[in-house]
Design a protein around this ligand. Structure first.
Ligand code: FUC
Length: 369
């Protein structure tokens, strides 16, 4: 070997060592933090709280009861960090006022008469809202205490649900995973495998309020949807899709939420509790974006499924949130999913989880500030 190639080799070696040192430095000092702590007790069971904090100080917390998304903390334009979710402080309250920010399954939304067919076999599942099965029925994902752990900076929640427990066909193994990346995107992934054909259409019932105010009136929402579902009196879908054009339902170019609610009340007599039919879109484009000009906070929602439920409840009386006593329009719920009541309507999609197959669905929430 001549002298120049020895020199070259030494330089390459030095470069490689410095690169390695930098990686080790980065790993040691700017590493994502993951924490597990006791939240409280529910029915004598320990309820755990898991928190991931990224390099920018943005954090998410999830608790094992109902796989509830307990916190999404990120700063406003002045650097003041706050939780943008409507969270309740204890397991007792979470179970007394269900669905707030909880995991929803096996099936999000309403199933007409709790009845559906898979490959010609008719099934009847437990009803919990008149004749309707809402959000997986009375023993849905949100009522379960999940087995939680932290694995490779991911929050992992697992549960085996027996068919006899929630009345859906098939014993099902479900895994809910939460991650948070350094672009401030929180992602929840629901995976399931069943020993018999069943339905799987999970979502997260996140209620957002990006501001410090106790309502969402100053915030605006954009939804990539040309159509919404016509609903029957009991809020089950009629099967018909209606164009949003020229109505209070139209969020395609963004709409202030207070103007929208006022317009809804004047035109159809109620607030938003609607199922939007999401347009075909590229994976990198959000299906919806909620933004708050006052705080400078924004959350974009990414999903590859065809529906988003939007709910701005008028009545939150008697619910005590960490940010204060419930008042009308304190938060806005967004639930990315496949169109509800799926097997009962042609063209709504396919939520069948065939026996022995694993299916996964993800929803991402990107925070900007
Ligand atoms: C949404 C709404 C429902 C219900 C639930 C808690 O999914 O569509 O009407 O109130 O949330």
């Amino acid at each position: 070997m001549d002298w120049t190639s020895v020199q070259k080799n030494i330089i390459i070696h030095i470069k490689a060592v410095s690169k390695l040192k930098f990686i080790i430095f980065k790993e040691r000092f700017i590493k994502m933090q993951a924490k597990k702590e006791l939240f409280d007790k529910y029915n004598d069971q320990d309820i755990q709280k898991f928190t991931l904090t990224n390099d920018n100080g943005v954090s998410i917390s999830v608790i094992s009861l109902g796989a509830t998304w307990q916190a999404f903390n990120f700063p406003d334009k002045n650097g003041k960090t706050a939780n943008v979710l409507l969270s309740q402080a204890s397991s007792k309250e979470i179970m007394a006022n269900q669905y707030f920010c909880q995991a929803i399954g096996r099936t999000a939304g309403r199933i007409t008469n709790g009845t559906f067919s898979i490959k010609g076999t008719e099934y009847h599942v437990d009803q919990n809202e008149g004749n309707t099965t809402l959000h997986g029925g009375p023993h849905g994902f949100n009522t379960q205490v999940w087995n939680g752990s932290i694995e490779d900076n991911k929050i992992v929640l697992e549960k085996h649900i027996d068919s006899s427990e929630d009345s859906f066909p098939g014993n099902i193994d479900v895994k809910i995973t939460w991650t948070l990346d350094d672009d401030n995107t929180a992602t929840v992934t629901y995976s399931a495998k069943s020993d018999a054909d069943t339905l799987f259409n999970p979502t997260q019932h996140a209620y957002f309020n990006l501001s410090d105010a106790n309502n969402v009136y100053g915030q605006s929402l954009t939804i990539d949807a040309d159509n919404y579902l016509e609903l029957n009196k009991d809020k089950t879908p009629s099967g018909k899709m209606i164009s949003v054009a020229g109505s209070a339902y139209d969020f395609r170019s963004g709409q202030n939420i207070k103007n929208g609610i006022d317009d809804m009340k004047a035109s159809v007599g109620h607030t938003y509790d609607e199922v939007y039919v999401i347009n075909d879109h590229k994976a990198e484009n959000p299906i919806a974006t909620l933004s708050d000009p006052d705080s400078g906070r924004q959350v974009s929602i990414f999903s590859n499924r065809n529906a988003l439920v939007v709910f701005t409840p008028d009545d939150l009386d008697g619910v005590k949130f960490e940010r204060g006593a419930g008042v009308p329009h304190m938060g806005i719920a967004t639930e990315a999913q496949t169109l509800p009541d799926t097997p009962n309507h042609k063209g709504f999609g396919d939520i069948v989880l065939p026996a022995g197959e694993e299916k996964s669905y993800s929803i991402s929430y990107k925070a900007e500030f």
